[in-house]
Design a protein around this ligand. Structure first.
Ligand code: PLP
Length: 444
C-alpha cells in the first residue's frame, strides 16, 4: 500500500476514502454508503451536500473570502452576528468569532477574567467546571475539561481549576430521586464557591447536556436553573458551552432554553456552520460587554481567520436554513421517536444499560448487567468495537466517555443530521440493530 504522509487519528489506522455526501449519507470511493448517525463529530446538522450552502459559499468567495478583522468588517460577519442575536432571543447580543469550539471556550474564559479586571477585581481568575465535561483541546479549554483521557498526557501544563459533580443520575450513588440529586449536584457549586471564595472565581462553565464526556447526560429539571441562581447570588459569570448543543441539536436553538435560563456567555461551534466551514463564536450579554465597552474597549483574543467573510457567509446560510426548515422543532420530534425506539431495544439487547438524551443528541451507555449497571470488561473495548462494527455495517456513531471515573464506562452518541426523516430514522435503527446483533455475537 502507498505510504500516506497524512497523520490520522490512529497512526497506521485504515480510513475509507470519502467520495461525497448527500443528506444523511456519506459515500466512499468504493461506492459504499454510510448513514451518518453522528453528523460527523455532532456537526453536520443540516446534512451533507446542501446546494443552498454551496451557492452562498460561491457567492461570497467570488466577492471576497478573507479580510483581517482589525482592518475591515464585512456584511457577512455583521449579518451573522445579528442572526445569532435574533435566534438566541434575549440578552445574548454580542458575538466574537473564532474558528473552533476550543477557541470559543478559551475566549469565554479570557473574557470572563477580563470582565472582572475591567471592574478592578483582577483576583477573580479561577473557573469552576465539572469533572465530567469537555470544553476543548487547547490548554485553557482543557484546563476546564473533566475528560481524563484527553487531559492525562498534559496534566502538568493544565491549570488546576476546581470541579464539581456532574448530574449523572444513571450512576447516582445515593437513594434519592432525580430532582433531589440534581439539586445536590448543583449545590456543590455553592460549596465550592464558599470554600475557594467568590472573590477568586471568575466564572462557572458547563455544557447544558454533557456530550463527549458523558454521552448526552441530561440534567434533571431544576438543576440548570439552580446553577444560574448560585452564580447570580455569588457574583460569578455563568458560561454555557453550547458548542455541541447549540442551534437546534437538542430541540431548541439553545439547550439552556429547555430550562428558561439565559447564561452570561454562550459558546457555539460545530453545528453553527454544519461543518461546511470552520467557524465558532463566543456570545456575550450586555452585562458582560458593558464594563469592557466602558473600559479598555478591546478583547485580546482574535485569530488571523476570525470573522473571515467566507466562513461567516456560510454559517449565516446554515443558520437561515435551520430557521427556515424549523429544524429545532423537527429534532425534538424525531429525537423523541428515536429515544423511544432505542429504549425499547433494552429488552432485546441486555448490554444496553441506558438510553438518554434530548432532541437528536442521544447517548447509549453499555453495561455488563442492566440491574447492577456493572460496566463491560475493559478488554472488550465496547465503544471502539461498536464503532468498528458500525463502519462495517454502514452506520457512523460517535464515541463518548462514561462511568463514574469517565474511563470505565462505554458509550456512544447517536446524533444524525437534524434533517433526518422518520423513515430514515427507521433505516438508522435497522442498521444499528445489525451492529448490536454482531456485537452480541462477539460477547457470547
Ligand atoms: N465544547 C464542547 C461541548 C465540545 O463538544 C467540543 C468538541 O467536541 C468542544 C468544546 C471543542 O470544539 P472543537 O473540537 O471544535 O475545538
Amino acid at each position: 500500500m502507498k505510504r500516506s504522509s497524512l497523520i490520522k487519528p490512529v497512526l497506521g489506522g485504515v480510513y475509507p476514502m470519502i467520495s461525497h455526501g448527500k443528506g444523511i449519507f456519506l459515500y466512499d470511493q468504493t461506492g459504499k454508503d454510510y448513514l451518518d448517525a453522528s453528523s460527523g463529530a455532532v456537526t453536520a446538522n443540516i446534512g451533507h451536500g446542501v446546494q443552498k450552502i454551496n451557492e452562498a459559499m460561491l457567492k461570497q468567495a467570488s466577492e471576497v473570502s478573507y479580510v483581517y478583522r482589525s482592518q475591515f468588517t464585512s456584511e457577512a460577519a455583521e449579518q451573522l452576528a445579528d442572526k445569532i442575536a435574533s435566534l438566541t432571543k434575549g440578552d445574548l447580543q454580542y458575538s466574537f468569532f473564532v474558528n473552533s469550539g476550543s477557541e470559543a471556550t478559551e475566549t469565554a474564559l479570557k473574557i470572563a477574567i477580563q470582565y472582572w479586571q475591567e471592574q478592578n477585581k483582577p483576583q477573580k481568575q479561577k473557573i469552576i467546571s465539572r469533572w465530567m465535561s469537555y470544553h476543548g483541546i487547547t490548554l485553557g479549554a482543557l484546563s476546564m475539561s473533566g475528560h481524563p483521557i484527553r487531559r492525562e498526557r498534559f496534566s502538568t501544563l493544565l491549570e488546576s481549576y476546581p470541579t464539581i459533580s456532574p448530574p449523572y443520575y444513571y450512576r447516582c450513588p445515593y437513594n434519592v430521586d432525580d430532582y433531589t440529586y440534581g439539586q445536590m449536584c448543583a449545590n456543590e457549586l455553592e460549596t465550592a464557591i464558599r470554600r475557594i471564595g467568590a472573590d477568586q472565581i471568575a466564572a462557572f462553565i458547563a455544557e447544558p447536556i454533557i456530550g463527549a464526556a458523558g454521552a448526552a447526560i441530561v440534567p434533571p429539571d431544576g438543576y440548570w436553573e439552580r446553577l444560574k441562581q448560585i452564580c447570580v447570588e455569588h457574583d460569578i459569570l455563568f458560561i454555557a458551552d453550547e458548542v455541541m448543543t447549540g442551534f437546534g441539536r437538542t430541540g431548541k436553538i439553545l439547550a439552556s432554553k429547555h430550562w428558561g435560563v439565559e447564561p452570561d456567555i454562550v459558546t457555539f461551534g460545530k453545528g453553527m456552520s454544519g461543518g461546511y466551514t470552520p467557524i465558532a463564536a463566543t456570545v456575550m450579554t450586555d452585562k458582560v460587554m458593558e464594563p469592557i465597552m466602558k473600559g479598555s474597549k478591546l478583547i485580546i483574543g482574535g485569530h488571523t481567520l476570525s470573522a473571515n467573510p467566507l466562513s461567516c457567509a456560510v454559517s449565516l446560510a446554515v443558520l437561515n436554513y435551520i430557521e427556515k426548515h424549523n429544524l429545532a422543532d423537527r429534532a425534538a420530534e424525531t429525537g423523541a421517536y428515536l429515544i423511544k425506539q432505542l429504549q425499547a431495544r433494552q429488552e432485546r439487547f441486555s448490554f444496553i444499560g441506558d438510553v438518554r438524551g434530548k432532541g437528536l443528541l442521544i447517548g447509549i451507555e453499555f453495561v455488563q448487567n442492566q440491574q447492577t449497571k456493572e460496566p463491560l470488561p475493559k478488554r472488550i473495548d465496547a465503544t471502539n468495537e461498536i464503532i468498528k462494527l458500525g463502519m462495517q455495517h454502514g452506520i457512523i456513531v460517535y464515541p463518548a466517555a462514561a462511568g463514574l471515573d469517565g474511563v470505565t464506562g462505554a458509550a456512544i452518541i447517536i446524533a444524525p443530521p437534524l434533517t433526518i426523516s422518520l423513515g430514515e430514522c427507521d433505516e438508522l435503527l435497522s442498521r444499528l440493530d445489525q451492529v448490536f446483533y454482531a456485537f452480541r455475537a462477539k460477547l457470547a
